[in-house]
Design a protein around this ligand. Structure first.
Ligand code: SAH
Ligand code: SF4
Length: 413
């Protein structure tokens, strides 16, 4: 019953999916028991506090006869002090702590249950999410980043921030993905379910605890580039961003969201207030519509020009650039003439842009080839020579299957 209701909510009403008919065949092939689209959400009467903003926490407190300002206290404890047990929230009177616990309330922040460590320092985490549809999701910590989102001169710099200057945290927005990109291992899972706002923001704060990140002092880049398509889980994704910004104090200018080009999502994103809007990355991945449709079937629904038109609606901050991601598939998208075509395409958009090149990371059962290092360098040089800043993303944590496109939920939870 409940699963059916969630299926209807996703397929029947969501703006994106209703329009995106090519996604339906992909999703309907997934065994029924896996198609649990929504987790417990703030409005489902769930007993988890993590994921609710100060206002909703205040409403919850008011509903149990407490003053509304208890909501702000709870938000402060959960998101700023990162307390994970009700009994440790020192601002709450003991009697209230006990009453809330007796009524079944819990903080319920996602927990790291397994850590995979790469020889390059990258850590991949399995993060367990509580709730009715409990599961694990993957999150990746790159202590030195991957040269994709740091050091490109677009971020406000702060010389006093010494620790974690380069660190990048890669966050998942869904378990699996319904967008059938041919080169991506996550696609093989299909969509298992959307993550809630709390499950998305929880990945961040739980890893911050492990890495002793101090918000306000340490500068960590967040990239929403883990499992899933954030713009097909738009409301929960943006609610997570607002939690991280408003309640936890992170800067949206240190966050980048990547989309495969979900146009209705980009259009909504374009009108988000700048104080809650991360930077935008578009997975271009091909020099033209013909090749893009082959490797990213979503391109048949929203071809390059349509995506670019939507991106143009985003009002960029001073010095902000749109990132175009480009996965180099050996012999398929890494040829010299294709580099020139990409340069022309990007120049034609007139957008302030940069390109992040990613050499394809292999995944079992996917028949593409990793490009030759010379081809990668030549591609980058061509873009640079055409005046387009191009960076090569370092493959991080390939030995622990933590690199781009390799996340596939290796352990069931
Ligand atoms: N769904 C979103 C964000 C997650 S994927 C999107 O597609 O943009 C993040 C990035 O990893 C995308 O740019 C995607 O093209 C890239 N990617 C996927 N599989 C990859 C692989 N096997 N090797 C290298 N990059 C890959
Ligand atoms: Fe989904 Fe992104 Fe992978 Fe495409 S590349 S299948 S959109 S996670």
């Amino acid at each position: 019953m409940r699963i059916e209701r969630h299926r209807r909510r996703f397929f029947g009403k969501s703006r994106e999916s209703a329009k995106c008919s090519i996604l339906n065949p992909v999703v309907s092939k997934i065994p029924r028991k896996l198609v649990r689209i929504e987790g417990n959400g703030p409005d489902d009467g769930n007993p988890l506090l993590f994921g609710l903003d100060a206002e909703s926490l205040a409403a919850r407190m008011a509903a149990v006869g407490e003053p509304a300002w208890r909501g702000r206290q709870l938000a402060e404890a959960i998101y700023r002090q990162r307390v994970v047990e009700l009994s440790e929230i020192t601002t709450l009177p003991k009697a209230l702590q006990q009453r809330l616990t007796a009524e079944g309330w819990q903080v319920g922040r996602p927990k790291i249950v397994q850590v995979f460590q790469s020889k390059d320092g990258t850590e991949r985490y399995l993060v367990h999410c509580e709730g009715e549809y409990a599961l694990t999701v993957e999150t990746v910590w790159m202590p030195e980043g991957d040269d994709g989102e740091s050091g490109d001169g677009t971020d406000p710099s702060d010389e006093s921030a010494k620790r974690h200057q380069q660190a990048t945290l890669c966050v998942s927005s869904q378990v699996g993905c319904a967008v059938n990109c041919q080169f991506c291992l996550t696609a093989k899972l299909g969509l298992q379910r959307n993550l809630t706002a709390g499950e998305i923001a929880g990945q961040v704060l739980t890893v911050f605890d492990r890495q002793c990140v101090e918000v306000g002092r340490d500068r960590v880049n967040l990239v929403f580039m883990g499992m899933g398509e954030p713009f097909l889980n738009y409301d929960n994704f943006m609610a997570a961003v607002r939690l991280l910004v408003r309640e936890a104090g992170l800067s949206p200018q240190r966050m980048t969201v990547s989309t495969s080009g979900i146009v209705p999502g980009i259009e909504r994103f374009a009108v988000e207030p700048p104080e809650f809007r991360p930077k935008l990355a578009i997975s271009l991945n091909a020099p033209n519509d013909q090749i893009r449709s082959e490797i990213m079937p979503i391109n048949r629904k929203w071809p390059i020009q349509t995506v670019v038109d939507a991106v143009r609606l985003v009002k960029l901050r001073p010095r902000e650039r749109i990132t175009f991601e480009y996965v180099l598939l050996g012999g398929v998208t890494d040829r010299p003439e294709q580099a020139a075509e990409v340069a022309r395409l990007i120049r034609r958009t007139g957008l302030p842009a940069k390109v992040n090149l990613i050499a394809w990371n292999p995944g079992s059962g996917i028949a593409y080839a990793t490009p030759q290092p010379e081809a990668v360098e030549a591609f980058r040089s061509t873009l640079m020579a055409a005046g387009i800043p191009a960076y090569l993303r370092k493959p991080r944590g390939r030995d622990i299957y933590a690199a781009c496109g390799q996340l596939k939920r290796t352990v069931e939870g």
